[in-house]
Design a protein around this ligand. Structure first.
Ligand code: AMP
Length: 454
C-alpha cells in the first residue's frame, strides 16, 4: 500500500491527539511532497490528494496547539532542507527553550514564518553543517529542552527521535511486507496491521529504510519522565505505553479509587468517553452497578481541544444528554478521569440534577491538577485557569454542585499504572518539573494572577 494511505489510516487512529489541523508528507526517492491544512483528517484529505502524494516513505501529523496559534502557518509536517536534502518533520510535544533558540537562529539569519516551536526544530537542524541529517539531528538534541517525539522523512528514509526524558510516547512497528512504521501510539499500528516492535528509547535516533533499522543513542537517557496524563486521559485506551495497556491501567485507577474513596450509592456512571474504564473499575470494586448516565453525541469531539473557552462551554450541552430514565431518584457515583478547569464538569453535574439525580458523589481518577503543563498538554494557558490551583477540594465540590468529591492520590495512581514513580512526569500534580522551565517561560503560565495570553 502507498505510504500516504498508511499515514492517512494511522492519522485516523490518532485523531484524538489533535483536531485543529492535519498533514501528510511523502518521499518518492527524489523529492518530498506535502499536503496539510486546518481541519480533521477526513476534512483535509480527499482521495485525489492522497493519490497525488506518491512515494514509499510517508509522515503524518495531527495538531492541537500548545505553542503557537491554530493558524495555517503552524500546520505540520513542516519542511526544510539540510545540505540539499529535503526533509519534512512532525513534532509531538513542546520545547521549553524555543524562544532562546529562535532568537539565536534569527540572529544567524534564519527566517521564521510561524509561531510554533516546530519551526525552531526545523531551522535548528538546517543550521547544522554536519555531514548527514542524522548527525545534524544529533547535534540538535543537546540544544533542545523539553518534550519532543519527532518523525522526520527525507525522499528515501524515515527517522524517529525521542527526547532524552521520553516525555511523549513513540513506538516502532513492522508491516507484513517488511516495511517499518513509527507512531505516537500503538493504536495506530493496529489499524494498519503492523506488529509492535518496541518503543523508541529516550535520547535515541532511529533511521528506517530498505536496509532495516539503524539506531544511535545520542545522549544517555535521563531520568524517564513519561507524561502520566497520557495514561489518565490523553492516549487512546487500546494503546500500550511502557508495556502497559491504557484501558487496563484506567480500570485499575477506578479499582483503586473505589478502595480509597468509597461511596454509598445506587449506580456508578462514567463521564463518557474517557471516564468509561475508570468507572467500570470503580463499579467492580465497590459492587455498585455500572450504568450509562449520559448519552454522548459521537459526532462531537473532545471539547477541550478546541482552544477557546467559548467553544468549550457550548460544547457540553451539544455533547452530553443525561438519561433521565436511568437517573431519576438515584444516588450516583460519577467517575471521570480528571478535572482541569471545572468548566465542563459543572454543567455536566447540572444536567444530572435536572434529570432528577438525588445525590452526586464525584470521583476523579487522578490527583488535583494544580500546576500548568509546559510539555505539550493543553491543561491551561495560565495557572489561574486550573480550578485546583485556586480552590480547596471542598470548595471545588461546592462550586461543581457535588455532594462529595474525592481524587485518586498519587501513590494509588502509580500502583494503578503499575510502574515505579521514577518513570513519570507528575508536575501537574506536584510541581516537580523534570526538565527545568526557564524563568521567563514559567512566568507566562505560573502566576495565579497572570492574564490569559492571547
Ligand atoms: P473540566 O471540568 O472543564 O476541567 O473538564 C474535565 C474534562 O475534560 C474531563 O472529562 C477530561 O476527560 C477532559 N480533559 C482533561 N484534560 C484535557 C485536555 N488536556 N484536553 C482535553 N480534554 C481534557
Amino acid at each position: 500500500m502507498e505510504a500516504a494511505r498508511l499515514a492517512y489510516f494511522g492519522l485516523y487512529a490518532l485523531q484524538h491527539r489533535g483536531q485543529e489541523s492535519a498533514g501528510i508528507a511523502t518521499g518518492d526517492g527524489h523529492e518530498v511532497r506535502l499536503h496539510n491544512d486546518l481541519g480533521l483528517v477526513a476534512q483535509v484529505f480527499s482521495e485525489d490528494i492522497i493519490h497525488s502524494l506518491t512515494g514509499h516513505v510517508g509522515l503524518g501529523h495531527v495538531r492541537y496547539s500548545t505553542t503557537g496559534t491554530n493558524s495555517l502557518a503552524n500546520v505540520q509536517p513542516m519542511t526544510g532542507e539540510h545540505r540539499g536534502v529535503p526533509f519534512a518533520l512532525a513534532h509531538n510535544g513542546n520545547l521549553v527553550n524555543a524562544l532562546v533558540l529562535r532568537e539565536r537562529l534569527e540572529a544567524r539569519g534564519h527566517i521564521f514564518t510561524s509561531t510554533s516551536d516546530t519551526q525552531v526544530i526545523v531551522n535548528q537542524i538546517t543550521d547544522s553543517s554536519a555531514d548527514t541529517l542524522e548527525e545534524a539531528i544529533a547535534e540538535t538534541i543537546p540544544l533542545m529542552q523539553g518534550a519532543y517525539s519527532l518523525g522526520i522523512i527525507t525522499p528515501d528514509r524515515l527517522i524517529a527521535v525521542r527526547d532524552p526524558h521520553g516525555v511523549r510516547p513513540l513506538c516502532i512497528g513492522r508491516l507484513d511486507d517488511d516495511g517499518w512504521v513509527v507512531a505516537s501510539e500503538s493504536c495506530a499500528l493496529n489499524v494498519i496491521n503492523a506488529r509492535f516492535v518496541r518503543e523508541v528509547q529516550p535520547g535515541e535516533i532511529v533511521t528506517l529504510n530498505g536496509d532495516g533499522l539503524e539506531s544511535r543513542q545520542v545522549v544517555e537517557p535521563h531520568r524517564k519522565a513519561c507524561c502520566i496524563f497520557e495514561f489518565i486521559y490523553f492516549a487512546r485506551p487500546d494503546s500500550d505505553i511502557y508495556g502497559k495497556n491504557i484501558y487496563a491501567s484506567r480500570m485499575r485507577m477506578g479499582n483503586m479509587l473505589a478502595l480509597q474513596a468509597p461511596a454509598d450509592a445506587d449506580l456508578v456512571i462514567p463521564v463518557p468517553e474517557t471516564g468509561i474504564p475508570h468507572a467500570i473499575g470503580f463499579a467492580q470494586n465497590s459492587h455498585i452497578p455500572f450504568g450509562e448516565g449520559f448519552i454522548k453525541n459521537r459526532y462531537i469531539h473532545r471539547t477541550f481541544i478546541q482552544p477557546e473557552q467559548r467553544m468549550r462551554d457550548l460544547g457540553v450541552r451539544m455533547k452530553l444528554t443525561p438519561l433521565r430514565e436511568a437517573l431519576a431518584g438515584k444516588r450516583v457515583v460519577v467517575v471521570d478521569d480528571s478535572i482541569v478547569r471545572g468548566t465542563t464538569t459543572r454543567p455536566e453535574l447540572e444536567l444530572l440534577r435536572d434529570a432528577g439525580v438525588r445525590e452526586i458523589h464525584l470521583r476523579i481518577s487522578c490527583p488535583p491538577i494544580r500546576y500548568p503543563c509546559f510539555y505539550g498538554i493543553d491543561t491551561s494557558a495560565g495557572r489561574k485557569e486550573l480550578i485546583a490551583a485556586r480552590m480547596s477540594v471542598p470548595e471545588i465540590r461546592d462550586f461543581l454542585g457535588a455532594d462529595s468529591l474525592e481524587y485518586l492520590n498519587l501513590p494509588n495512581l502509580y500502583k494503578a499504572v503499575g510502574l515505579p514513580r521514577g518513570n513519570f512526569c507528575t508536575a501537574c500534580f506536584d510541581n516537580k518539573y523534570p526538565i527545568p522551565i526557564p524563568e521567563q517561560v514559567k512566568a507566562t503560565k505560573f502566576e495565579l494572577e497572570e492574564q490569559k495570553k492571547g
